[in-house]
Write a protein that binds this ligand. Structure first.
Ligand SMILES: NC(=O)c1ccc[n+]([C@@H]2O[C@H](COP(=O)([O-])OP(=O)(O)OC[C@H]3O[C@@H](n4cnc5c(N)ncnc54)[C@H](OP(=O)(O)O)[C@@H]3O)[C@@H](O)[C@H]2O)c1
Length: 333
């Protein structure tokens, strides 16, 4: 496993990271979560990404139980705040009170006194950005997080925060990025690079599509995310005929390069130096090992060109409006 520096921090993170989203929030059994997490350590993965909202605390609780058995300095732990945590519609967002409450709740569930990375899961347009920044900075000055990051903020929102607090505020940005979702390359990548902010990218396998397990015109295989009632809700928008056909055209490219489709897909996101880690989900320990094998795989210019040709018009390249983007940025009067 290779490691990369996380933005301007002193953290070295494995370039293949493990994410907890649907799987460890209850999608798979606790014993499987433990087996996948153990497999990650075996493979040299040291970077673990979760969020308060994944299963409304369930994913953090599971990892708290599993990770607390290991030395705290043997892993880099990232979580997030923003999502709605109860049936109360106000129990969400990035106000000072919510951030103060949520960091303590996350640390209790994770059974630790600090996380290494605390991320704003989305932007909160209803709270003055100055209040959010100060509350996040307090989490760090209280010793409850070492560094700060954000996920899916627009360039305007990122720039507004940098204008107020300077480039040291954030070390990471967490956008969706894969062969099929290339939107952050245009603006978010360069803005991060200019400010010491690494990209740690989510759904780099397009939720499993880029593994080649889904075939055009066929039902999803049993046991896969798309076949799962609990976990399949959000994969549908990626399972278009156009995307499935593009993956079929990638098969010979991977074969020609002597790689699995999984290795091709992860090496493709890791080819960019702005990317510190590909955050991959896994429902089985074998998947964790297969994903870790992509670390250190370099793609030649010819292979990258063949991938572009195979993908055709399938990838999303235009930045779409992230949730809350239209609302702009609220400032303190
Ligand atoms: N910041 C955000 O807003 C945000 C949003 C989404 C995700 N994330 C983060 O990104 C992480 C990864 O996201 P993701 O799970 O959607 O994306 P992914 O890594 O693109 O897809 C993971 C899924 O693909 C399948 N898979 C993985 N490795 C495989 C292999 N070697 N062979 C065959 N199938 C394999 C598994 O599904 P099955 O076995 O179940 O089919 C697995 O759950 C999340 O856990 C979370 O930490 C962040």
């Amino acid at each position: 496993m290779r490691y990369r520096k996380l933005g301007s921090s002193d953290l070295d993170v494995s370039e293949v990271a493990l994410g907890a989203w649907l799987t460890y929030a209850g999608g798979i059994e606790f014993d499987q979560t433990r087996a996948c997490t153990d497999a990650a350590f075996e493979a040299g993965i040291n970077f673990f990404d979760t969020a308060n909202v994944y299963g409304r605390g369930a994913a953090e609780t599971a990892w708290g139980e599993i990770l607390s058995g290991r030395p705290r300095d043997s892993y880099v732990l990232a979580t997030k705040v923003w999502g709605q945590m109860s049936d109360d519609p106000e129990d969400r967002g990035l106000s000072a009170a919510q951030i103060a409450k949520q960091i303590d709740a996350s640390l209790a569930r994770l059974q630790t006194d600090h996380v290494d990375l605390y991320q704003a899961h989305r932007f909160d347009p209803d709270v003055a950005i100055e209040e959010t920044i100060e509350a996040l900075q307090k989490v760090v000055s209280d010793g409850k997080a070492r560094y700060l990051g954000f996920s899916e903020w627009t360039p305007e929102q990122i720039q507004a925060a940098l204008d107020i607090a300077g480039p040291d505020l954030f070390v990471s940005s967490q956008p969706q990025y894969s062969m099929l979702w290339q939107a952050p390359e245009a603006e978010v990548f360069p803005l991060g690079a200019a400010n010491g902010i690494s990209q740690i990218v989510w759904s780099p396998l397009a939720q499993g599509l880029l593994t080649g397990k889904y075939r055009p015109g066929e039902a999803p295989p049993a046991g896969s995310r798309a076949a799962s009632e609990e976990m399949g809700g959000l994969i549908g928008r990626l399972m278009t005929e156009e995307n499935l056909e593009a993956v079929e055209r990638l098969r010979p490219v991977a074969e020609g390069a002597g790689l699995s489709l999984v290795e091709l897909a992860l090496a493709w996101v890791l080819r960019r130096e702005e990317v510190a880690a590909a955050i991959v989900g896994a429902s089985r320990p074998e998947q964790v090992h297969a994903n870790a094998a992509a670390s250190g795989v370099a793609l030649s210019a010819d292979v990258v060109a063949a991938i572009d040709a195979a993908l055709g018009d399938a990838p999303v390249k235009e930045p779409l409006l992230a949730p809350n983007a239209q609302a702009g940025v609220k400032h303190r009067p």
